[in-house]
Design a protein around this ligand. Structure first.
Ligand SMILES: Nc1ncnc2c1ncn2[C@@H]1O[C@H](COP(=O)(O)OP(=O)(O)OP(=O)(O)O)[C@@H](O)[C@H]1O
Ligand SMILES: O=C(O)C1=C[C@@H](O)[C@@H](O)[C@H](O)C1
Ligand SMILES: [Mg+2]
Length: 185
């Protein structure tokens, strides 16, 4: 693989429960590179769980910490980095992602329904109808996700190993031919 690009080889984004963490870990294993999950990095930095961070300082405190942690991970990290669902929506984050190898994982509502359950552990889904909240948030975020993504993948039906292999192929074609891939908006 080329050593020309610094920072992560792949940055996975997408709605909650799309498989960013699971597929990201698998992809990193496949490529033999480190894996980092932004939510885990934030929890380690804060010394508190995500629900605790939200309970103490609200979404504003979480987003501030998330942006700061992401800046460090993009500047000093390597391998595969999976983001939380809301990270790309922070204004200060978007310019950082424009030059990164961003892979968007998308799922449909039926797949989300099977995966999110009661929404426990996901403060953005707190309330009476977590699936309705997931649907609304995903609709609000989709155009930003797509504008930032170099590749867009339907992650609803294929297996985790199959998706990891597909992403690995996309990355290697991009590394071999750096000018290929989706044009940026
Ligand atoms: N392709 C897949 N096939 C079957 N199950 C999957 C697939 N991808 C993910 N899952 C399952 O869906 C659930 C959510 O996956 P995961 O936690 O990786 O999503 P995420 O995008 O990281 O979510 P979050 O935004 O909450 O961090 C997990 O239980 C995972 O095992
Ligand atoms: O979609 C979101 O806004 C979030 C997704 C999770 O991964 C966590 O980053 C947090 O619960 C917020
Ligand atoms: Mg995750």
């Amino acid at each position: 693989m080329s050593a020309a690009r610094s920072g992560p080889l792949a940055v996975l984004i997408g709605p909650m429960a799309a498989g960013k963490s699971t597929i990201g870990r698998h992809l990193a294993e496949l490529l033999g590179v480190p894996f980092h999950d932004l939510d885990d990095l934030v929890v380690t930095a804060a010394g508190r769980s995500i629900p605790e961070i939200f309970a103490d300082g609200g979404e504003v405190a979480f987003r501030r910490l998330e942006e700061q942690t992401l800046r460090e991970a993009l500047a000093h990290g390597s391998g595969v980095l999976s983001l939380g669902g809301g990270a790309p929506m922070t204004t200060g984050v978007q310019p950082l992602l424009r030059t990164a190898p961003v892979v968007l994982l998308e799922i449909d509502r039926a797949t989300a329904a099977r995966r999110i359950g009661s929404g426990e552990g996901r403060p953005m889904l707190d309330g009476e109808d977590p699936l309705e909240r997931w649907t609304r948030l995903t609709a609000q975020r989709s155009s930003t996700y797509r504008a930032l993504a170099r590749w867009q993948i339907d992650a609803s039906t294929e297996s985790v190993p199959g998706l990891a292999r597909r992403i690995a192929r996309l990355l290697s074609s991009d590394i071999d031919t750096p000018t290929s891939g989706k044009d940026r908006p």
